[in-house]
Design a protein around this ligand. Sequence first.
Ligand SMILES: Nc1ncnc2c1ncn2[C@@H]1O[C@H](COP(=O)(O)OP(=O)(O)OP(=O)(O)O)[C@@H](O)[C@H]1O
Ligand SMILES: [Mg+2]
Length: 184
Amino acid sequence: MEIAGLDFARRKEDLVVTGKSGTGKSHILQAIALRGCQAQMSVRYARCVDLLDDLYAGLADGTYQRRLKRWAAADLLIVDDVGLGQVKKRDDEPTAAHTLFNLIDRRHGKTSTAFSSNIKLSAWGKYLGDATLAVAILDRVNMRAIRLDIDGPSYRQQVARDRAKERGAKLPDDSAEPEAGREQ
Ligand SMILES: Nc1ncnc2c1ncn2[C@@H]1O[C@H](COP(=O)(O)OP(=O)(O)OP(=O)(O)O)[C@@H](O)[C@H]1O
Ligand SMILES: [Mg+2]
């Protein structure tokens, strides 16, 4: 309820939601984005890979600074699914960590950013391509962040089980949830 009230965003604090796949992280962040719009905040939402792709496209056509400014300006920025999808870059492009750091450093303390991730925060360095900059990002974010770690079953697995039950069928064993990804 505290998060849904968006007081954290008004206080310019951040939010980090971690948990295994299917536990409802994106669902929660999308609901928060909707709440933000209803509260007349400027809200931007993107999956991490799409946000990075947008900024990389700016490097190609000379609009990088303008795009960075727009991502930096939102009262509430949702960066969903950090850890999902490839953030590979060309050799002449900065790392994902560098690009994300530029953005988070601009936003830190002035606006609010919410992240979801299904990989451990300690794995962000490997995922984003630069351990030092990933630590610098998380250092800023964790300074004033609400942490929400969801421990529970996957909603997708639950839906699959319910559908199988409706048909009177049983799920095969290989549909079991993998053990991975949660922050310890
Ligand atoms: N509280 C909820 N009530 C009902 N359905 C939910 C709830 N939370 C999530 N779901 C549904 O479960 C599915 C998985 O949720 P979601 O995409 O938010 O998971 P996720 O944690 O972001 O997974 P991933 O790490 O794979 O991105 C979606 O179809 C979503 O609509
Ligand atoms: Mg998600």
